[in-house]
Each structure stands twice: as C-alpha cells, then as structure tokens.
Design a protein around this ligand. Sequence first.
Ligand SMILES: [Zn+2]
Length: 279
Amino acid sequence: MPELPEVETIKNAVCKAVGYCNIVDVIINQNRFRELIPDDFREKLIQTKITAYRRIAKYMVIDLSNGYSIIWHLGMSGKIKISDSMPAEPEKHDHVLIKTDNGVLIYNDARRFGLLTYCKTEELGKCHLLQGIGPDPFSEDFNAGYLKAKAKSRKTPVKVLLLDQKVVAGIGNIYASEALFDAGISPLRPADKVTPKECGKLVESIRRTLQKAIDAGGSTLKDYRRPDGSEGYFQFRHCVYNKTGQRCPGCRCNLQETGGIQKVIQAGRSSFFCPVKQR
Ligand SMILES: [Zn+2]
C-alpha cells in the first residue's frame, strides 16, 4: 500500500510528466472502486486546466481551473501510468483514462481498493475522506508538544498511536516501524510513557525517515514518463522492516543472545524492532 513517501513521489512524477495541462477527455471503463466514481466526474473534469498538484495525507489532490479538485487514492494495488497518446488497446485493469493535451493518465488498479472522486477545492477540508485527518508530519502543527498531548492519556502502544490517521496523517506500517527505530523507542511502549523529550525526537525521526524515502523515490524520477508506482519504492533501504532475526544497522550486539530484529503483531499489523536499541 502506498504510504506518504510513495504518494509524494507519484504526485511529483505526474506533475513532472504532464504538468499544468488541459484535460480534454475522460474515459471511465470501470466506476466501482472503494467508492463509486461520481456520475458527473467526466463532466467536472473536461475542458479544465490543472492548476496545482498536492498531497493530503495519502491522497493525491489535483486542483482544476473550475474550482474543483480531483481526489485520488491508489488503494492497495493502484498505479498511474502515463502514455503520450491514447493506447489503441487498453491493458487489463486500465479502468480510467484521463486524456490531456500533454499525455494520458491511466489509472490501473487490479484490486480496486483505490478511489477517484472530486470535491469543490474550497470544501476539501469538509470532504468526508479528509475530515478529521491529523496534521501532516511535515507541517508545523506536528511537533513535540502536539504529539505529547495526543499520547498523554493513551495506554495504547506508541506504534499503534502513530498509525492513527487522526493523530498524524500518512504514516503507515513501514515508516512507523522505521521511525521508532530511528528514535530508539520500542513500538511496544505505551504511548503515555513516551517522555516529552522523546516526543521531540520521534517527530524528528518521522520527518527524517519519510524524507529519506521521498528522496529515494525522487532519485528515480529523472526520466519518469511512466510512474508505475514500482520504481521509487525499493530504493529506500529499510532498517528493521521485514528483517526479523537480522542485525539492525550498526548493530554490535550478540545475535545469539538477542535474536536480532524482532517481529510482533500489534493491532493486526506486524511491527519490527531491535530490542537492544529500542526501549
Ligand atoms: Zn540491534
């Protein structure tokens, strides 16, 4: 599932590839996603100009010249392919094609857990998808004081708190594990036992970890005419995620004694951590 860095990478890739172009046609082969594509989606998009690309949490938002915005979520398996011209023969799962005067955006989603809809730009904050979502990890609102206030009365493990999109937007399972490793905090620690100082450290670790991943994605963007979603993903080297039993980076502990990186299940999701470095 794309997390914040992937969405940021895809957004930048689409912006780079088609830019501030005019939408000339929309073809919807399939409208059943996590939510139905609205019946008047095509009507709202056609003959408008793209004026901005943004990321809000894990959504890509494309502002249009008519006061509306496209809201796009790639779900589990969604990809955006970019083609110079309308493909003669659509590929399997090419569900929506947005034709512009500078290339075609093709939404391909085998499992259809993503969504594609629109909203008035000025009402984005009230849209049910974005309402109540926490601050972006890179915003000023997300800081040590804020995180401490959210963690203060919560006995839930800090890892689970970080996955709560109402607390902070866009952090998923991978980067929650990685950021906690960077901060030296065990994912098992009850949130209310994270000190104010550690909250500050954790905010920095979250930003650093996400930024590294964004940079890794961005470094593959040079000739990015087809952001199929795969390229930016794997350049980022995880420290603990999916590395059960291995040494963590810079680790000098005795693997025989410590067992290396541990895996635990929390709220149905896997967490990975080094029990020596993370307390
Ligand atoms: Zn270690």
